[in-house]
Design a protein around this ligand. Structure first.
Ligand code: SAH
Length: 323
């Protein structure tokens, strides 16, 4: 019987279909009609709760979307940065592989090689010709002198020592009232660096302090100079003419200072001895340096071209290597 009753109660289920009893509260709700309102309210609350849940879910979803958006934004940002870097790299690649830029460096290289070969040509001319020929060459093409000196300055920069600095230091120690003649002065830096009066002489005058002439025949007065300087300037096949001119312009006991590239000498002692025939006694030498020789002489005798049995003096031309 108990079983039947239980069955009846089961048949009286509000939805008319058997359902599993979830908990005792549900059974009580169905039995008590008064309780139905409460049940409705409860259902309403449940519904509201469900709705609230939905809204909460929506809020969470909204927040998730926001976070997602932020992540997306930063990813976009990252992508932009990456793309930017990629673009820059591409551009750099283009630049280096760009034939215009390549031709620019090629052009520069060709120009610098042409300049270097022009310098070597001018240098050869100066060493292997009589100075009258070199003077003619620079007169016909004044730009050649500038080109020569640009090339020369490039060479000087490669050296650990500029012989002109050694000469400048020595002249600085000479009495202030001394008169100096700088034979083959180039750009005239000696005159700009010392207190003494300096006559700067070169084949071409790059400024108005320089006398443009061949140092084989200068306009300087005889026996008026205290020191004559040849700093890497004994160029030309007629270098004895320069030595004779130095003898003419120098006072007796005056100083002759020579700085030359060591490789130009077959035998430096022979060169020193030969100078004695030209009225110059050797007073000091510095021939320990690898690339340059320095030597001082004192004028002990007046010697000119009319003097008999003057020996020939020659130095090898200085050849600069290809750049
Ligand atoms: N003494 C300078 C320049 C050395 S380059 C220095 O040490 O910086 C050699 C210079 O000698 C060149 O300027 C060249 O024009 C000059 N020179 C060569 N033969 C010359 C000559 N016969 N008369 C005048 N200058 C000469």
């Amino acid at each position: 019987m108990k079983i039947k009753k239980n069955n009846k109660s089961l048949l009286k289920s509000p939805k008319g279909s058997p359902r599993k009893k979830k908990n005792s509260n549900d059974v009580n709700l169905n039995k008590d009609v008064k309780q139905k309102g409460i049940s409705k309210k409860k259902n309403k609350i449940r519904k509201n709760f469900k709705n609230k849940k939905t809204t909460n879910n929506e809020v969470t979803l909204h927040q998730t979307e926001k976070t997602q958006n932020k992540i997306n934004e930063s990813q976009v940002h990252n992508n932009i940065n990456k793309n930017k870097i990629r673009e820059l790299l591409k551009q750099k690649k283009k630049e280096t592989s760009n034939p215009i830029n390549n031709s620019e460096t090629l052009r520069e290289r060709i120009i610098s090689q042409l300049r270097a070969s022009r310098f070597r040509f001018l240098n050869d001319t100066l060493y292997n010709n009589d100075s009258s020929e070199s003077r003619k060459m620079f007169k016909e093409d004044p730009s050649a002198f500038k080109a020569y000196h640009e090339g020369y300055q490039y060479q000087v920069e490669q050296w650990s020592l500029n012989p002109l600095d050694v000469i400048i230091n020595a002249v600085k120690k000479m009495p202030k009232e001394y008169v100096i003649a700088d034979f083959g002065c180039g750009e005239g830096r000696l005159a700009d660096s010392v207190k003494q009066k300096v006559h700067s002489i070169d084949l071409v005058a790059v400024n108005d302090k320089i006398i443009a002439c061949d140092m084989a025949h200068t306009p300087l007065l005889t026996n008026g100079i205290n020191a004559v300087v040849f700093c890497l300037s004994l160029m030309g096949t007629n270098l004895v003419d320069y030595i004779l001119e130095a003898n003419r312009v120098l006072k007796m006991d005056g100083t002759l200072k020579i700085a030359e590239i060591s490789s130009r000498f077959d035998d430096v002692n022979e060169f020193i001895n030969l100078l004695m025939s030209y009225g110059f006694k050797n007073t000091w030498t510095d021939i320990d340096h690898k690339y340059f020789y320095f030597m001082d002489f004192k004028k002990v005798k007046n010697v000119d071209a009319k003097c008999k049995k003057l020996p020939a003096i020659s130095l090898k031309p200085c050849v600069y290597k290809k750049r």
